[in-house]
Design a protein around this ligand. Structure first.
Ligand code: 5AD
Ligand code: SF4
Length: 446
């Protein structure tokens, strides 16, 4: 029997996708994946460092898991952003760690795990992904049977001053369009109903060649990729995250042309104040951003728009924060992810004085959250009586009489039903608007 590996993911969709790839590579090399950290031979944490709290979580988890252990000491590995950034200092600071796998070394994981199992005390690989290395995860090896994440670009060249990602994930590297399209086709053939094209900035997609995009029109490579993805006939295609400066209106045109490109755009603004945006080095002003929003709102289809906001960036005044409230009020987001600024060592903003007090950050967070809740309630209520298409993904977390899934506009929708509908797309008439989800009745299975 092969050794058993327990793999735990902390962090974003890119980490989830990396874990999936790690899972596949490990199984292919003869390892058994285990759900129990108590007995596994190898324990790997796939880590996130975008905010301090996430970065610290891995240390808490290592302690917790080691206390629960039955039997001998496992190999303890750290992969992902914390591994990439901390490098070998992790060995010194966490003596139980004996395997460190950087963000571009996922595909080399089996060989690294084997070295650790053979007794090598400190195994570390922080190297780049080799050219020509495949990113594919076969349809048969994925965690969900209906929804798949497909990375199209990894890394980031933007260097927003608060952000650790350009350091933890390195420079942007786009995947060949022909590989992406082939993967989508394979997923479609295996019955997948929805894919998410993912990347730190999907719309900065810039492959070395146009192979796979021949014959598709579009103002940018990403627009051509969207049309090529739509042409595969995959039922639902979502994409995230978009970067405002590179958000070409042709993306909206592509969504208008193709029913299977979903009507949802995640376009983080981070702040509504030009002064703060400049200090964040986002490369856009509030009015540049609002011009993108106007283009999205002019679409034939009614688009859902979501965003990320950081409150309490160094130097953010009460007046700056009011600008953020104003912008949020103008856009009317379908959902908003609000973060308190968290200083990340090594980023340019870490050299600034983190001068917005903790209580002020909390006050701004709560005020913005309250405002968003009120606006969101109105948006959600506007769906009452409408029929929307929902991919049935699981039993509801709150009631086992209900099923749960997402709409094409990426809202969580619950409705009474049984597990027979799993993996199906159903039409749901919305009867209730909850704070973060919709409730309704199935009108027909399609
Ligand atoms: N502090 C707080 N939030 C951050 N984000 C990124 N870096 C930081 C930081 N240092 C947020 C941004 C980004 C989201 C993924 O995380 O809003 O869009
Ligand atoms: Fe970070 Fe900015 Fe890159 Fe997003 S675009 S990953 S916020 S540096």
């Amino acid at each position: 029997m092969g050794s058993t590996v327990y793999l735990e993911t902390i962090g974003c969709q890119m980490n989830v996708a990396d874990s999936e790839r790690a899972d596949v590579r490990l199984r292919a090399a003869g390892f058994d994946l285990s759900q129990s950290p108590e007995t596994a031979d190898v324990i790997i944490f796939n880590t996130c460092s975008v905010r301090e709290r996430a970065a610290n979580k891995v240390f808490t988890r290592i302690g917790e898991v080691r206390r629960q252990r039955l039997g001998r000491e496992p190999v303890v590995g750290v992969m992902g952003c914390v591994a990439q950034l901390e490098g070998k200092t992790l060995f010194d600071n966490s003596p139980s760690v004996n395997l460190i796998v950087g963000t571009r070394a996922t595909d080399r994981l089996p060989e690294l795990v084997n070295r650790a199992l053979e007794g090598e005390r400190r195994v570390i690989d922080l190297d780049e992904r080799a050219d020509g290395e495949k990113w594919d995860v076969p349809a048969t090896a994925r965690t969900s049977k209906y929804v798949a994440f497909v990375p199209i670009i990894e890394g980031c060249n933007k260097f927003c001053t608060y952000c650790i990602v350009p350091f933890s994930r390195g420079r942007e590297k786009s995947r060949a369009a022909s590989d992406i399209v082939a993967e989508i086709r394979e997923l479609r053939d295996h019955g997948y109903r929805e894919i998410h094209l993912i990347g730190q900035n999907v719309n900065s997609y810039r492959p070395g060649t146009e192979a796979g995009l021949e014959g598709f029109k579009g103002a940018t490579a990403f627009c051509r990729l969207l049309r090529a993805a739509a042409a595969t006939g995959m039922e639902r295609i979502k994409f995230t995250t978009s970067f405002p400066r590179d958000f070409h209106p042709d993306i909206v045109a592509a969504i208008d042309e193709h029913e299977n490109l979903c009507e949802w755009v995640h376009l983080p603004v981070q702040s509504g104040s030009d002064r703060v945006l400049r200090a964040m080095r986002r490369g856009h002003t509030a009015s540049d951003y609002m011009a993108r929003i106007a283009a999205i709102k002019k679409a034939r289809r009614r688009m859902a728009i979501t965003s990320d906001i950081i409150v309490g960036f160094p130097g953010e005044t009460e007046a700056d924060f009011r600008e953020t409230l104003k912008l949020v009020g103008q856009v009317g987001y379908d959902a908003l992810f609000i973060f308190k600024y968290s200083e990340r060592p090594g980023t340019p903003a870490a050299r600034l004085d983190d001068d917005v007090s903790r209580s002020e950050k909390t006050a701004r967070f709560l005020e913005l959250e309250e405002m968003q809740q009120q606006l969101q309630q109105k948006t959600y209520e506007s769906y009452l009586g409408r029929v929307i298409k929902v991919l049935v993904e699981r039993t509801s977390l709150k009631s086992d009489q209900d099923m749960s899934g997402h709409s094409t506009c990426h809202k969580v929708v619950n409705f009474p039903g049984g597990s027979a509908a799993l993996g199906e797309v159903v039409s749901v008439r919305v009867t209730e608007a909850k704070p973060n989800s919709l409730y309704g009745q199935v009108t027909q299975a399609i």
